[in-house]
Each structure stands twice: as structure tokens, then as C-alpha cells.
Design a protein around this ligand. Structure first.
Ligand SMILES: Nc1ncnc2c1ncn2[C@@H]1O[C@H](COP(=O)(O)OP(=O)(O)OP(=O)(O)O)[C@@H](O)[C@H]1O
Length: 256
């Protein structure tokens, strides 16, 4: 009988990042497995975005090692397996000349290459991504005419169009109204539960998604991994992490 090993999607060992003599991240260790839903929180400037950029090979660690799907980062080529939505991705010019469908199709290029024609499978995946993000009825609209919440869902659908195995979202809710945010969180939870999509989500709204996530990483130069997020959500801890009145975050959950 063959032994089965569970290869983590990300395997991060002793990762540090120092810039201009300042330590941004120190000795970070974690693994992320298929099907997990993980939130990353931490204060502004705590190193969350830097960590994600290193996971994506956009920033070189000062020391440590990152493996993706078992491969060393420098030999990893299958980037379509990772769907990434950066901060402010949905800020587009009002006159940007593309429909919702055009934008989502662009995500497919990562998987198929720029010169490949459009196959039936491509059409199906693009439509499915729009369906999952609840934007099928908007497909012919110009993206610049959409609301912030709708554009945000378009950007996630674009990431889904490359059929990724993990979705990485960096604070995608900036400038989006609360009702749209709630809708968005529900869609993400569904994506994780029903489709088994692995999600890594940098957010400030931890009180709202605490019931959905499996693990919580707090990043403030160092990483603290919490396997039971609900227990970590005491107001004291939130205050310490954010340096703000944590009651606001908890009350937020009961607004609707
Ligand atoms: N290449 C770089 N050169 C100089 N400074 C850098 C570089 N990369 C990151 N930093 C610094 O590292 C710190 C962490 O920034 P980072 O954006 O990762 O934090 P963050 O936790 O994502 O913050 P926020 O919540 O505000 O987005 C900041 O002080 C930033 O200026």
C-alpha cells in the first residue's frame, strides 16, 4: 500500500524580512493545507502585505524558506494555482473600457496563456466564476459603472477564472459598504464550504468572519497561529493588536 502524504500548499520556515536595518518580519513559521480558511489580522504596518508578497515571490525574504505545493519557490511555475486579489484591486477608472465578462476572462489567461483561443471549458469556467460571485447578471456592464462591492466581486471572479487552488485576498473590502461586505463574506464562506476552496484572507473584520474561518494568524513582526479563532477574540487581545477600541469590531457583528 502506498503511503499518502499531505503536501501543504504553503510551507513557510523561519522566514524573516529586514529592510534598511529594520526588522519587518521575524522568524515566521506556518503551513497552509488544502481546504483551509485562514484569516490574517494585525496592526497597520505589521507586515501582513509583505508576508503575502513573499509568498507570491514578489519580495525576496532576507532568510528562511517558502515551499509551494512541495516545491521551492524559485522552481515553482504553476502560478495559476494561486488566485491573488491585492489591496485596492477594484479601484478602476470610471471610463475603463472593459465589461465585467472581459475582466473575468483576463483571469483565464493565467491558466491558458495569452495566445490560446477560447475553448468551451474557458467559457464554462468564466461563467461559473461569475455565477459563484453573483455577478452573472452584470456580465455586459462596463466595469467602471459598477459599485465598489460589485467591482470587488468581479476581481474575485477574475481570480477564480484561473481555477486556482488557493485564493489570497488582501483587505479587499476597503471602501466597500457594510451590506456589500456581508454579502461578500457569505459568498467566501460558501466558496470554502461547498467548493472546498482554500482561502487566505487579510482582513480587519475578524469579528464578522470568526464563525467562518478555521484558523487565525496574527502578524505583528512575528506570527501567532491560533487554531481556535473564537477564543482569541477577547477585546483585550483585539485592543492590543489594533491599538483601537475593540468593542467597535465586536459590535459590528450584531449590526444586522
Ligand atoms: N521593500 C520595502 N522597502 C521598505 N520598506 C518596506 C518594504 N516592504 C515593506 N516595508 C515596510 O514594512 C512595514 C510593513 O508593511 P506592510 O505593508 O507589510 O504592513 P501591513 O501589515 O500590510 O500594513 P497595512 O495593514 O497598513 O496594509 C512597513 O513599515 C513598510 O513600510
Amino acid at each position: 500500500m502506498q503511503l499518502k502524504f499531505k503536501v501543504p500548499i504553503f510551507d513557510v520556515k523561519n522566514l524573516s524580512f529586514i529592510v534598511h536595518g529594520q526588522s519587518v518580519l521575524q522568524n515566521i513559521n506556518f503551513q497552509i493545507f488544502n481546504g483551509e480558511y485562514i484569516a490574517i489580522i494585525g496592526p497597520n504596518g505589521g507586515g501582513k502585505t509583505t508576508l503575502i508578497r513573499m509568498l507570491l515571490g514578489l519580495e525576496k525574504p532576507t532568510s528562511g524558506e517558502i515551499r509551494l505545493f512541495g516545491k521551492k519557490l524559485r522552481s515553482f511555475k504553476e502560478w495559476y494555482k494561486i488566485g491573488y486579489v491585492p489591496q485596492r484591486a477594484s479601484h478602476v477608472d470610471a471610463n475603463f473600457p472593459a465589461t465585467v465578462e472581459d475582466i473575468v476572462k483576463m483571469g483565464r489567461i493565467a491558466k491558458r496563456g495569452i495566445f490560446a483561443g477560447t475553448s468551451q471549458e474557458d467559457k464554462h469556467v468564466v461563467e461559473d466564476a461569475m455565477l459563484k460571485m453573483d455577478i452573472l447578471d452584470l456580465k455586459d456592464k462596463m466595469v467602471g459603472t459598477l459599485s465598489g462591492g460589485q467591482r470587488q466581486r468581479v476581481m474575485i471572479a477574475r481570480a477564480l477564472a484561473s481555477s486556482p487552488e488557493i485564493l489570497i485576498l488582501d483587505e479587499p473590502n476597503t471602501g466597500v459598504d457594510v451590506v456589500s461586505q456581508q454579502r461578500f463574506y457569505k459568498l467566501l464562506a460558501k466558496l470554502n464550504k461547498e467548493d472546498g476552496m482554500t482561502i487566505l484572507f487579510i482582513t480587519h473584520d475578524i469579528g464578522v468572519i470568526a464563525d467562518d474561518i478555521g484558523r487565525l494568524f496574527t502578524i505583528n513582526q512575528k506570527a501567532t497561529i491560533c487554531n481556535d479563532p473564537k477564543k482569541a477574540l477577547s477585546c483585550e487581545e483585539m485592543s492590543e493588536l489594533y491599538g483601537i477600541d475593540a468593542h467597535l469590531i465586536h459590535n459590528h457583528k450584531h449590526e444586522h
